[in-house]
Design a protein around this ligand. Structure first.
Ligand code: NAD
Ligand code: UGA
Length: 435
């Protein structure tokens, strides 16, 4: 199969590289010339474990290439995937579909022979209909089908998620398109990955429903953590106790500073807007959005409380800035709320992140970015763990204590136990656990 991937970001690059690894001939397109140049010269514009080797191997073996010329990629393609961004629209929170529609127009003007146009971007219900209308309007003669094929990968585990998904969802009524999609994903079906063939609208909604449910689960356990703190219970044990019930499941029950990232925040918000507009409001998800936003903002108060109510003139050492470990993605990261709130309260911030510093420098001002956890802790009055990178899980606590001005740790990811922190001589607070 010849595949064109429009948009070479977190999803497009991983999907393109994995499809090439399945044996297809893939051309990834991006309008960001710098990105394409980086990829052509063997670099990877994002941090995603394992992606460099996967890309290099498939380029070497002649199945994967990069271009900023959409025509070159689309002209001979059997399937064209749209994997461009769908950020929140400024002002109203609906998904901004301008990149998707622009891509659809460009594809329409150059496609040739029967072409399956696949929306991999996360798009609201009905977007496929509009993509189809745009293509038909631009090229009344075109032979094509528009398919929805949402992506469920997580950053930081993207390759494994793509190659071993829990399911593949394909939304189309077109028989020929079904066959093309089946051929593209054939290696997964041979491994007995379930495929959900459904209507385009249902497929579009499945993606939002999945993200909203996961966001709901996280928000549930976060509120439970607050209750645990109020009544002296342990949220990790509550999560384990309920998660062992197969009907609930133990995943996505880690309490923390609130979900962030490029998807849950924008997708939950966009879903509430679609639902309101359709006259079927999702009150539960509206509440999730509100509770999560408030939670991210309130995490600074936890740090201030650990400093006896005042961080003014104090130095706060922050470990981890990205929205989760194993990515350089800073979009809607909790750190973007917590750090400015602490600065507003008068704190001086030192920060270390293993991969996110370049991005963080563009988004946070007045922060002293340092090159490791021990430099970060030096002369700090409090150390805050915001993101649970593995390298923060086994810090030399003696060394940390010896360089800090005061032995105070706020662990927003519960990666240490209160007992070990107490015996190491730290004043320690975490999320939803007795101190
Ligand atoms: P991204 O911002 O990392 O990448 C999008 C890329 O598309 C950019 O490089 C941009 O330059 C390029 N682009 C935009 N318009 C273009 C055009 N007309 N022609 C060529 N290139 C164009 O975005 P992302 O994180 O990869 O997300 C893409 C979509 O996938 C979104 O809808 C998102 O919700 C969804 N999604 C993301 C993830 C994730 O983990 N990031 C997971 C599942 C689904
Ligand atoms: C999420 C979904 O997990 C993917 O299935 C989906 O494809 C993707 O969004 C998307 O649509 O883009 P991602 O945002 O990469 O993936 O990362 P997650 O691991 O889901 O984490 C999202 C946020 O929730 C992070 O801030 C993380 O710290 C937080 N989280 C996650 C928790 O606070 N607790 C948990 O138990 C799990």
């Amino acid at each position: 199969m010849r595949v064109a991937m429009i948009g070479t970001g977190y999803v497009g690059l991983v999907s393109g590289a994995c499809f090439a690894d399945f044996g297809h001939e893939v051309i990834c397109v991006d309008k960001n010339v710098e990105k394409v140049e980086t990829l052509r010269s063997g670099g990877i514009p994002i941090y995603e474990p394992g992606l460099d080797l996967l890309v290099q191997r498939n380029v070497r073996e002649g199945r994967l290439s990069f271009t900023d010329d959409l025509t070159e990629a689309v002209r001979d393609a059997d399937a064209v995937f749209i994997a461009v961004g769908t950020p929140s629209r400024r002002g109203d929170g609906f998904a901004d579909l301008s990149y998707v529609y622009a891509a659809a127009r460009e594809i329409a003007s150059v496609m040739n022979g029967y072409t399956v146009v696949v929306t991999k971007s996360t798009v609201p219900v009905g977007t496929g209909d509009e993509v189809e209308r745009i293509i038909r309007e631009t090229r009344p003669d075109a032979d094509f089908a528009v398919v929805s094929n949402p992506e469920f990968l997580r950053e930081g585990a993207a390759i494994d998620d793509f190659k071993h998904p829990d399911r593949v969802v394909v939304g189309t009524d077109d028989e020929r398109a079904r066959t093309v999609m089946h051929d593209i994903y054939r290696p997964l079906f041979l491994n007995e990955t379930p495929i959900v063939f459904t209507s385009r609208r249902t497929s579009e909604l499945i993606k939002y429903a999945a993200n909203a449910f996961l966001a709901l689960k996280i928000t549930f356990i976060n509120e439970m953590a607050d209750l645990c703190e109020a009544v002296g219970a342990n949220v990790q044990e509550v999560a384990r106790g309920v998660g062992l019930d197969n009907r609930i499941g133990g995943k996505f029950l880690h309490a923390g500073p609130g979900y962030g990232g490029s998807c849950f925040p924008k997708d939950t918000l966009a879903l509430t807007r679609t639902a309101q507009e359709s006259g079927a409001p999702l009150r539960l998800i509206e509440t999730v959005v509100e509770v999560n936003d408030a939670r991210k903002r309130s995490m600074a108060n936890k740090v201030i409380a650990a400093c006896d109510g005042d961080v003014s003139g104090k130095t706060v050492a922050v470990l981890g800035l990205t929205f989760k470990p194993n990515t350089d993605d800073m979009r809607d990261a909790p750190s973007l709320e917590i750090v400015p709130a602490l600065q507003k309260a008068g704190a001086r911030i030192k920060a270390f992140d293993p991969a996110g510093t370049l991005e963080a420098e563009k988004l946070l001002t007045g922060v002293d970015f340092v090159s490791g956890p021990y430099f970060c802790a030096e002369n700090a009055d409090v150390l805050v763990i915001i993101t649970e990178w593995n390298e923060f899980r086994a810090l030399d606590l003696e060394r940390i204590k010896s360089v800090m001005r005061a032995p105070v740790i706020v662990d927003l990811r519960n990666i240490y136990s209160p007992e070990e922190m107490a015996s190491a001589g730290f004043a320690y607070s975490s999320v939803g656990r007795p101190t």
